[in-house]
Design a binder for this molecule. Structure first.
Ligand SMILES: *[C@@H]1O[C@H](CO)[C@@H](O)[C@H](O)[C@H]1NC(C)=O
Ligand SMILES: *[C@@H]1O[C@H](CO)[C@@H](O)[C@H](O)[C@H]1NC(C)=O
Length: 316
């Protein structure tokens, strides 16, 4: 992605600034949702290596094309070793961002990972006219009451949800695996989160499930946020990089809230290595990305680098 690809996001940032000013002038309009002020705790590099690094590496690999990824010869693929079999390459990188289902033989884990999107679909999804809540799809999810989610995110997810459910079930059986990793970046992070809720509801609880998403925008109302918390529980990590404005969109005042599980990268050195990573208590924490000022946001932080100079593009 070049800087130009971020134009639709910048537009949304400006819409949010406008709305923030508007509601400051008319405070009754503001729907307040208290931010947690509990202190963060620093996470060490062992935690990052054990839980967050491979999900980032898998997600980055998909930014390379189908040919290189399915043969597992892409430059970023090397960081994951050669003991990986790509079972399925999906998506059209247009309405549906590319994704893979893979078997990571080193850990006997089935991996579902979704990349972010190109400019055109980001525009159509994140465009402010489409920021409207809809009900959760009754044919897929077990709970719906009061839960409202972004139309565009659910719609994108529905293009692949039944394939992913069927293929994951088959892969778990074929490889006799009891472990599932679901990961994604940006728009792919929203699909991964919806996949994760669906797979938690549909798969046996004996399958260990870990969900790690990067640069996740807000997806729905507070009932949605609570639903993610109660369905996925503590195996959900939502990684935010410094001042990335995308994770602060759509704004609270349009009735959008995050689930728990934020891991916030506070500092990155010039070599792209994270030097301070913290765990943020609560659904949204004042000491983490929800405390960012929209006026100081750095749009390029959306792409990275995360942890060990991992930026989301086909580069090592
Ligand atoms: C997968 O891992 C198992 C156990 O570690 C090993 O015996 C097997 O050879 C590996 N399979 C492949 C295709 O590398
Ligand atoms: C960090 O990654 C970028 C590609 O995303 C690369 O151009 C750069 O050389 C890397 N820096 C270091 C210190 O490895």
């Amino acid at each position: 992605m070049s800087f130009r690809d971020y134009t639709p996001i910048l537009k949304l940032v400006f819409v949010s600034i406008f709305l923030a000013r508007f509601t400051a002038a008319f405070p009754l309009v503001h729907h307040s949702h208290p931010l947690s002020t509990d202190p963060t705790t620093e996470v060490n590099s062992d935690f990052v290596s054990a839980n967050l690094l491979r999900p980032a590496l898998f997600t980055r690999a998909i930014y390379c094309g189908e040919d290189q990824v399915t043969k597992w010869v892409c430059e970023p693929c090397k960081a994951l070793g050669s003991d990986i079999h790509v079972i399925k390459w999906g998506g059209d990188n247009n309405a549906v961002p590319n994704y893979i289902i893979a078997h990571d033989n080193s850990t006997n884990t089935i991996v579902v990972a979704h990349r972010g999107t190109n400019t055109k679909s980001l525009l159509s999804i994140l465009d402010d006219v489409e920021i409207k809540h809809v009900d959760l799809d009754k044919s897929i999810f077990k709970q719906q009451e009061k839960i409202r989610i972004h139309y565009g995110f659910q719609n994108t997810f529905k293009h692949t949800s039944s394939d992913i459910l069927a293929e994951v079930k088959e892969a778990l059986a074929e490889y006799k695996s009891q472990s599932l990793l679901i990961a994604g970046h940006s728009l792919g992070a929203t699909i991964a989160t919806l996949d994760a809720v669906m797979l938690h509801e549909q798969l046996d609880s004996s399958v260990k499930k870990t969900v790690v998403v990067f640069g996740l925008p807000r997806m729905g109302n507070e009932h949605w946020a609570n639903y993610v918390d109660s369905t996925i529980g503590p195996g959900f990590y939502r990684v935010t990089d410094r001042k990335d404005p995308v994770v602060d969109l759509p704004p609270h005042l349009l009735d959008y809230y995050h689930p728990s599980g934020e891991i916030h990268i506070e500092d990155v050195n010039t070599a792209g290595q994270a030097t301070k990573v913290v765990k943020c208590p609560g659904q949204e924490n004042k000491h983490c990305s929800a405390g960012n000022s929209v006026f100081h946001d750095a749009i390029l932080n959306h792409r990275g680098p995360y942890f060990e100079n991992i930026s989301f593009s086909c580069k090592k």
